[in-house]
Design a binder for this molecule. Sequence first.
Ligand code: ADP
Ligand code: MG
Length: 288
Amino acid sequence: MTLGVPFVYLQGVEKRFSVDSSAVAVVALNGVDLGVQRGEFVCLVGPSGCGKSTLLNVVAGLESTSAGQVLLEGEPITEPGPDRLMVFQEAALFPWLSVVQNVEFGLWSQGMDRRERKKLAREFLRIVNLSRFENALAHELSGGMKQRVAIARALAMKPKVLLMDEPFASLDAQTRDRLHEDLQNIWRATGKTILFVTHNVDEAVYLGDRVVIFTAHPGRIKREVKIPLSRPRHKQDPALAEMARLIVDELREEVWETEREELGLTEDEQNGERWELVRKRLEELEFL
Ligand code: ADP
Ligand code: MG
C-alpha cells in the first residue's frame, strides 16, 4: 500500500448518467471524497436515489467515473475484478446447483482444482453456519440462508474489499438480526474491508466503524459519524440507540427534501398545512 493513501480512496468522484439522449444528465455522484482504511467497516446511508449503489458500482469497476478517480491500494480501478466482490439484496445463486457448488463456482472459474475448491468452499460454509446444508439445492433455501451462501461465495474468493448493497433489506427482522451478529463476527474473524450500503440506520451503527451520510441530491457526502464502540456490540446497548438517533435526525432532512422534489410539494404542504386543507375539504363533503 502506498504510504499515507487509504486502502480504498475515492477522490473527487463524479458520476453523471445521460438519460435518453437528453442533454440533461442525472448527477449520481458529485465530488465524493472518501478514504477507507484496510479492515475498516464503512456503512453508507442516504435517501433512495442519492447514489449509494452507484458508489459501490464505481468501486466494483462496473461503472466508470465521469470525473475523479477511485484507487485500491494506490492503483486506479478501471474494471471489475475478483479483489472487489459485491453481495446484493438478492443472492442470485444458481438455483439448480447445490449450496457447496454455488460457493465453488467462482473458484472453479479461476481454475482451482476440485479438491482444493471443495475444501475452501466447505471452510467458508462452516463460517456462515451452513455446513449442514452443503448438498441442499440453492432454490430450496430461505432468503436468509441464500444470503449466507452469497457471503460465503464472496469470501471464498478472498476479495480485498467486500461490497454489500442492502444485503439484508428483504429479510424479516429476526433473520436480519441473526445475520447482523454473524456478519459482525465474520468481519472480526476475517478482518475484511467492507463497504456496506443500507437504509437501516440501526444496522449501520451496529455494524460500522463509521457511517457516511449522503445528501438527497445530487450524491454528496453530508457527514461522517464515527461509531467508537468496541466489539462485540450488542443491539440493546443504549449508546447504539443514541448514535442512531443522531444519524436519523441528519437523514430526516434529506428524506424530506427528496420527497418534496418527487411530489413537487412546498415545505408548508409537507409540514402539515396540507392536512388542514384535507380536513376542511372532508368537512365540506360532509364526510366528517
Ligand atoms: P441509491 O442506490 O442511493 O438508491 P443509485 O446509485 O441507484 O441510488 O442512483 C443514483 C441516481 O442515479 C438516481 O437518480 C438514479 O436514477 C440514477 N441512475 C443510477 N443508475 C443509472 C443508470 N444506469 N442510468 C441512468 N441513471 C441512473
Ligand atoms: Mg441502491
